[in-house]
Design a protein around this ligand. Structure first.
Ligand SMILES: Nc1nc2c(ncn2[C@@H]2O[C@H](COP(=O)(O)OP(=O)(O)OP(=O)(O)O)[C@@H](O)[C@H]2O)c(=O)[nH]1
Ligand SMILES: [Mg+2]
Length: 687
């Protein structure tokens, strides 16, 4: 799609990207045989993930890493929105960093990044310790026994506390956390760390100095003993040495640690300062040595999982995949295991520090972007064999917050639909749908910030301007009892007249059953050719509504008698008669309004359970059950949609962002009498 945002970027990029450079990469076999480590950075917003990712790239010699927070919306906010991917080389290993946003409404990126990473690094703000999104990150990694490590960042700050962070981790999560560092502070300055594996100090300003400060010695002894004890549990030889109090060399300890981390049992903790580039070299060493990729063979039949989609300003739509098995090669054809469709692998790009590079193939363990593929969805597995095993991603959170979108001008109307389709297809937690009752175009997402960013992006990239408002509630109408009515439509307008008479009986149907039309005419009171006219008239009247102009649902309508005129009757005359008869029958049948009811699962820390339940009661909610899960409780309830349209925002302020919830439409239900009158009056006013 051509648009001003993309073409301006294409021009900028073209300057630094020569054709020679391109062909070099296609010849070079850029990734062949090189060990790969994919590391995702996860954790709460503002803990310093993006700063750390950029510092690591700079450290490796990349001068101007532009891999992270590149979009206008990220620059404006100073927060990540999309997954950022950058890579560098250390000790012959290619390390690919997946930097994820820590905003709770952007959790989708974390769900995509963790499963394709060899190690997840949870970044903590050293002053704040465990925060809300730290908990979400832990659920995805440590709690599922995936290889995980922790980096306590911002140790340069005066109030940062490594001990506090360790205590918070142990307090919140059931993991075997083993510190590998102890920070060294002089006055309040962060000057070095004690490396517990090597049992020596590293000073940032004086590489020759190794002694352990005397005031730290007892803490170091205690943590080193703890480390040896925990690591020994993963290695029988070490256990023997530990029990017999033999000296354990650093390399044996490291080897034990690797097996402890790779099966998710041990979670090493590092500390440093991303902004001041302190103690982050050690992290790179750990990425190389601690995150073992499983024994994947490059010559097995290829399988790769698509974990991310992006609209690249220069290369167009890219599908990011991690090769799980075998080698993904340009020019081959794979199966999309979800749809069964064949997918031609045309352009493959791997990641340098600052730009994507064309490559002929990528071996198992590698992360690659596939160009020129339009129809791939996030989460699909591509494989050479159509019956290969797929690698499913965890379930994404479902959108819970909606706004109606309205184009600002005629030119926005024209551009909107293609732009919406292209942008929303890259995100699993964004959905656009036309409400069948209100006819409004509704944008669904995770919260206000999420949707605001999406709408800004439509403006910045596609020059589409949209206004938003709270969606109207798609009420429906129905009846509570049986009633009958008859109507004769008769018109004499000179020439041929119109005549049709219809007797209708209306009855309520069980909720959700919609509409049933029954023809009970026996004999010739209404000739067969006019019956479709009767049904059409009923359907039109149902669509128009009666009480408050909402569509009528869950009714059965029988035509049981009538009369006709041999010359003046027509399908149209019977349609008009049926429309009127239907309205009259509804008036007699206790008409009622129905409202959409949502099924809600709210997961809250225990201390908020009482508040959540009384709040839901205040929203006309019906509590269906409560289930403890760890230190949280899941409250299950049914609540009318009109009461939870801004629940995503309200729940955040009720619980300081500590709760999460899922919500989906479950059924229509009668609106209580007092409210029904109010809604009907509003609908009449709006006309
Ligand atoms: N003093 C100090 N500040 C830091 C450090 N690391 C990051 N910061 C600052 O903290 C702020 C947030 O850093 P980011 O790297 O954007 O945080 P993030 O985790 O990527 O945040 P999200 O993208 O919102 O999830 C920035 O102003 C950084 O400069 C650190 O080690 N020390
Ligand atoms: Mg960030």
């Amino acid at each position: 799609m051509s648009n001003p945002y993309f073409s301006s970027l294409v021009n900028q990029q073209a300057d630094g990207y020569t054709a020679d450079e391109f062909s070099n990469y296609t010849q070079g076999g850029y990734l062949m045989g090189q060990p790969q480590r994919n590391i995702c950075l996860v954790g709460h917003s503002g803990s310093g993930k993006t700063t750390l990712a950029a510092s690591l790239l700079v450290r490796s010699g990349i001068k101007d890493p532009i891999a992270f927070d590149t979009s206008q919306e990220e620059k404006d906010r100073g927060h990540s929105i999309d997954m950022g991917i950058g890579s560098y080389e250390a000790k012959g290993t290619r390390i690919t960093l997946l930097d994820t946003p820590g905003g709770d409404e952007f959790m989708e990126e974390m769900v995509k990044a963790v499963p394709v990473s060899d190690l997840s690094l949870i970044v903590l703000n050293g002053e704040k310790g465990v925060e809300v999104v730290t908990e979400r990150a832990w659920e995805l990694t440590g709690a599922t026994k995936r290889p995980t490590a922790v980096f306590v960042n911002m140790m340069d700050k005066e109030n940062a506390s490594f001990d506090g962070a360790i205590a918070a981790l142990n307090d919140h999560f059931q993991g075997k956390f083993v510190p590998l560092h102890v920070p060294i502070k002089e006055e309040s300055a962060f000057v070095g760390v004690v490396d517990l594996l090597a049992n020596r100090s590293i000073y940032f300003s004086d590489k020759s100095k190794q002694e352990i400060p005397s005031d730290l010695q007892s803490a170091v002894d205690q943590w080193r003993n703890f480390l040896i004890e925990e690591v020994s549990a993963f290695d029988d030889d070490l256990m023997m040495k530990f029990l017999e109090e033999e000296e354990i060399p650093a390399d044996e300890l490291t080897a034990g640690l690797i097996s402890g981390v790779s099966d998710g049992g041990l979670v090493p903790i590092f500390c440093g300062s991303a902004a001041e580039d302190k103690a982050i070299d050690v992290l790179t060493d750990a990425f190389v040595s601690l995150s073992l990729t499983s024994a994947e063979q490059a010559d097995a039949p290829c399988a790769a999982v698509v974990f991310n989609l992006a609209a690249d300003p220069y290369l167009g739509r890219l599908a990011y995949a991690r090769v799980m098995r075998g080698t993904l090669k340009e020019g081959t054809t794979c199966f999309d295991l979800s749809s069964g469709n064949k997918v031609e692998i045309r352009d493959l790009y791997a990641f340098g520090g600052t730009k994507q590079k064309r490559v002929p193939q990528v071996e198992s363990g590698g992360i690659v972007a596939i160009g020129k593929v339009e129809d791939l969805a996030v989460g699909v597995t591509l494989a050479m064999q159509s019956d290969a095993e797929s690698f499913p991603l965890p379930e994404f959170p479902k959108p819970v917050y909606s706004r109606t979108i309205v184009p600002q001008s005629q030119s926005d109307v024209e551009k909107m639909s293609a732009a919406l389709k292209e942008l929303s297809s890259t995100k699993a937690t964004i959905r656009v749908e036309r409400d069948s009752v209100t006819k409004e175009l509704v944008l669904w997402g995770m919260g206000d910030v999420h949707l605001t960013v999406f709408i800004e992006r439509l403006k910045n990239r596609y020059n589409v301007s949209l206004d938003t408002h709270q969606p109207s509630i798609p009420y429906k109408e129905s009846v509570l009892k049986q009633a009958t009515a008859k109507y004769r439509h008769k018109k004499q307008t000179g020439g041929r007249g119109q005549f049709g008479e219809v007797f209708l009986r209306i009855e309520p149907l069980p909720r959700g059953e919609g509409f049933k039309f029954i023809n009970e005419i026996k004999g010739a009171s209404i000739p067969g050719q006019y019956i479709p006219g009767v049904e059409k008239g009923v359907l039109e009247a149902m669509e128009e509504g009666n009480l408050a102009k909402y569509p009528v649902a869950d009714v059965s309508v029988a035509v049981y008698d009538g009369s006709f005129h041999p010359v003046d009757s027509s399908e149209l005359a019977f349609k008009l008669a049926a429309r009127q008869a239907f309205r009259m029958a509804v008036d007699q049948a206790s008409p009622t309004l129905l409202e959409p009811i949502m099924d809600l699962q709210v997961r809250v820390p225990e201390q908020y359970t009482g508040d959540i339940i009384s709040d839901l009661n205040g929203r006309r909610g019906r509590i269906l059950g409560m289930e403890p899960s760890g230190r949280a409780t899941t409250v299950h309830a049914e609540v009318p949609l009109s009461e939870v349209q801004s629940y995503a925002l309200d729940l955040k302020s009720l619980t300081q962002g500590r709760a999460t919830f899922q919500m989906h439409f479950t059924k229509y239900q009668k609106v209580p009498g007092n409210l029904q009158e109010k809604i009907a009056a509003q609908a009449r006013e709006a006309e």
